[in-house]
Design a protein around this ligand. Structure first.
Ligand code: AMP
Length: 232
């Protein structure tokens, strides 16, 4: 089904909003592949700098480890560079903007066509995020939990071969992110409510926001998600 997508019917300057752990990365990576546009994620960029222990990485770590946001100026510069280098023919932004000043800075560079707001109950997010595992070699994400409650059915996302990453083939590399521990997740959700949620209104005024309740696994829901990226 993905191969049949005709790009001209779809928006291609896209933002994904939603609480941390709601599944933005899972949808963004698959939709970006289907539309053949880059998936730009500030979280991955920040984690890469931290893993390499660069000066910038050390500064980032002092914020991320306690669930705080990195200062606007630093992330805005990252996104400006990424859009200049790879975003000329469209992009899906995942994890940016996260504050009103970031959204305003983005407005000065480019005109966003579609914002998808992924929604989910906080308690389910906490369960899901604390069961998330990430390949320390390539960043591919898995989930150990099968969440089945309140009409929601989210099967686990497990590697095809136990303890082996599907994407890079390395063994025993699945780890829990430091900031996926429950107390940090709860703090990240609070920061989300205070600083990021106001962005929904910010973009709603332009009529470009579509809400997407995450009621199941990404494999089952991807076609519905892609529908929301279609031009009206
Ligand atoms: P994520 O994987 O998107 O949840 O990002 C992980 C962490 O990186 C966040 O908890 C923040 O500390 C930081 N981060 C990522 N994107 C941004 C952003 N747009 N603004 C500020 N901090 C960010």
């Amino acid at each position: 089904m993905l191969a049949q997508i005709t790009k001209r019917f779809f928006h291609n300057k896209i933002i994904l909003l939603g609480a941390p752990g709601v599944g933005k990365g899972s949808y963004a990576s698959r939709a970006a592949k289907a539309l053949n546009i880059p998936h730009l994620t500030t979280g991955d960029f920040i984690r890469k700098e931290i893993a390499e222990q660069t000066e910038l990485g050390k500064e980032f770590q002092s914020y991320t480890s306690s669930g705080k946001l990195v200062p606007d100026k630093l992330v805005i510069d990252i996104v400006k560079n990424a859009l200049n280098n790879e975003g000329k023919n469209g992009f899906i932004l995942d994890g940016f903007p996260r504050t009103i000043p970031q959204a305003k800075a983005l407005d000065e560079i480019i005109s966003i066509e579609r914002v998808i707001n992924l929604t989910q109950k906080e308690e389910i997010i906490v369960q899901k995020v604390s069961s998330r595992r990430v390949c320390s070699n390539c960043g591919h994400t898995y989930n150990l939990a099968h969440i089945k409650q309140d009409g929601i059915d989210m099967p686990p996302l497990l590697p095809k071969i136990e303890n082996t990453c599907d994407t890079c083939g390395k063994e025993n590399t699945l780890e829990q992110r430091e900031d996926d521990k429950e107390e940090v997740v709860r703090h990240r959700l609070k920061v989300y409510r205070e600083q990021t949620e106001p962005l929904i209104k910010y973009y709603e005024n332009r009529g470009i926001v579509r809400n997407f309740p995450v009621t199941g696994g990404v494999k089952a829901l991807l076609p519905q998600f892609l529908e929301l990226l279609k031009k009206d």
